[in-house]
Design a protein around this ligand. Structure first.
Ligand code: IMP
Length: 195
């Protein structure tokens, strides 16, 4: 089976994407390719970061690969935290502090619309492709639910009454930004294997 590298160190994401790619492509991890250092993510956009990571891996390995980048874009905050979603409140991935800051910045604002956006950059046969997945919703005024991660306890997707953190993983993945972007990637890779 054709192999492809997923430029992530997140075991959860790897498992999720491998399940979707089953029988189409075999996923290789960064570690299996000898890449153990952190890959730089210094671009100003999600697209830029995803491409930066995929190009880094391609330059190091010459192999087909893809990378993703995700952000929460809040209308009333001009698209913030966006590309800075992981480091909104602190330098690290402090989800609790990020959620507190988001709630504080939205205090008194009636427009609570937001969306998650995932961009996947794929390099296949040396060609670059971008795929986007998006889910619209609202930011509620308090955390609800214990599933998922990040901003999940504050985000209620359109057409739902529960936050992502109140949904089972399969329920979230079926409608999430990342689920939608990965579905587009998988569909594209499936057509490529048929040709
Ligand atoms: P990454 O690009 O997938 O690492 O995501 C960057 C940051 O966006 C994470 O550290 C989280 O703060 C946030 N984020 C990404 N995906 C999700 C999600 O599915 N739910 C909630 N927060 C997310």
């Amino acid at each position: 089976m054709r192999q492809i590298i997923f430029a992530t160190n997140n075991a959860h994401k790897l498992g999720e994407v491998q399940a979707l790619l089953d029988g189409v492509f075999a996923l290789k991890t960064l570690r299996e390719c000898g890449i153990t250092e952190d890959i730089p993510e210094t671009a100003a956009t999600l697209e830029g970061n995803a491409l930066q990571k995929a190009r880094y891996v391609y330059e190091r390995t010459g192999c087909d690969c893809f990378a993703d980048d995700t952000g929460l874009e809040v209308e009333a905050l001009g698209g913030e935290p966006g590309v800075r979603s992981a480091r909104y409140a602190t330098d690290g991935h402090n989800f609790a502090a990020n959620n507190r800051l988001l709630l504080r910045n939205l205090e008194g604002k009636s427009d609570r619309r937001a969306h998650f956006r995932t961009v996947i950059a794929l390099i296949l046969g040396g060609e670059e492709y971008l795929f986007e997945g998006r889910v619209d919703g609202t930011i509620i005024g308090h955390e609800a639910g214990a599933e998922g991660f990040g901003y999940d306890p504050l985000f209620v997707p359109e057409g739902e009454e529960r936050t992502f953190a109140e949904m089972a993983a399969e329920e979230k993945n079926a409608i999430s930004h990342r689920g939608r972007a990965v579905a587009k990637l998988v569909e594209f890779l499936q057509t490529k294997t048929k040709n």
